[in-house]
Design a protein around this ligand. Sequence first.
Ligand code: AMP
Length: 563
Amino acid sequence: MQDASTSPAPMLGIDLGTTNSLVAVWQDGRAQLIPNALGDVLTPSVVSLDEDGSILVGKAARSRLTTHPQRTAAAFKRFMGSEKKITLGDQVFSPEELSALVLGALKADAEAFLGCPISEAVISVPAYFSDEQRKRTSFAAELAGLKVQRLINEPTAAAMAYGLHEQKFERTLIFDLGGGTFDVTVLEYALPLIEVHASTGDNFLGGEDFTGALLQACLQHWQLKPATLAPQALASLADAIEQLKCKLGEGEQHLSWNGDGVSRHWSLDEARAQKIWAPLLARIRAPIEQALRDARLRASDLDSLVLVGGATRMPVIQQMVSTLFGRLPYRHLDPDTIVALGAATQAACKARDSAIEELILTDVCPYTLGIAAMDGEYQTEIFAPIIDRNTVIPTSRIKPFYSTHIEQTAISIRVYQGERPWVEDNIFVDSFKIPLTPNGKIQRLDVRFSYDINGLLEVDVTLPQTREQFSHVIDRSPTGLDEDARQASHERLAGLKIHPRDALPNRTLLARLERAWAQSLGAERDAIGDWLNEFSAILAGQESTEIAGARQRLIEALDDMRY
Ligand code: AMP
């Protein structure tokens, strides 16, 4: 616990990741990571509903992915912005509600660490996150009691942290492959200016897909169908495959598994994994090429290459990047923590911390925004861009459009984002109607798009003939979520019982012992079963010194067994 000072409560920097989340704060002239109740700076973005109806977040929840898959959810950031519902036991959650629980846990950790209530944060999002995904992230923060002062693009946050540490780069490409998303950002350091030239990416490509592809290949090898396996069995295999993936760089890996009662074996080396991953690896090239093209640079023009995100630890990714760019990537800073540190740096800039005043950041809108319009010549509906991708933000652009016939009494403005010529191939953002008073003429509408530094859009329409103005602000609340739905989310979360933070270390060890028991066999399993009983008995005794001693001893024993 730190001293509560008389200065205003600090603003947090949060990396809300698909796999892990982190929180950092600017203190004593530098960005610092905040540990959770277990002393770790990485909090798994996993939520579980305990048997007693309380919510567990983080490492304990992650252990329960194997033992209680139907009461546990992971990687829900991948569904942010969709209408998907996730069931944990007898309760149903939206992706933003689950994200709010993770943010709430990080907020509680920060409050315990800093010794004061916290209400503001800069939160990072994948650069390629859509308008809807950004709005839902803001709503998740609101549900957690945090006001978002800025949504910062993850690679841009990484660039800010590098800007402070390594002030020698010029043109840099940031390659950010996390658990669920892939972003490529080209930027230039001309300190104090950090100028983003282009950002592209793939919102559905990350380390989880590499694990998923191996899982499928393994099941295929054993001629097993996922639907025929019990959820626990499938979850334990996915867990084992994830561990195997992370060790592939050490050489050929051997997997033994008997989750369905049959002893099975599978071996995998890098060369074979590379073949399995070929379709995923192929998807990495296009965003890199597009980012360079948009920045009007060739790979050889870059002065440096920075890797960010846990999945860039994969040797196959490092090799591919080195081959594509003909140079070794720079990974001086930890790819897991850099985004949170950058978000905290940005928070300090927002709060005008004197130690950091000199850094100025310009970012871009990573996708084209426009409206559906009729092509006059061919009478087909086309996507008419208003803000081109990689325009520097904040930006405001205006474009004239015309009514299609003179009796028209209303015109529908349908906003889309994307890079495809046909409207329906792009992502729908919002729509609204503008009333027209027929005056015997075709009428002109000036449509203005304003895109702010958080990546949120506003639309204004002016009718020059009548001087009418419609400052339709695109609804900043998540589309599809009316006030009742938002209120219902607030009430549902307020009614949840959150597992007490100070009891988390013990609960986490219990969950880890249960997982280790499920994964082990024979003498090892007997020993783990004994420890589980022993630790439960010690907990019942409520003797804190004895509990802490036993906990430390058992954590070391599990570490030795590599569970
Ligand atoms: P992040 O969202 O940045 O925390 O990245 C999480 C992703 O990185 C997950 O898909 C992990 O499987 C992956 N990852 C983390 N460490 C390794 C490793 N040593 N080898 C391969 N993948 C890793």
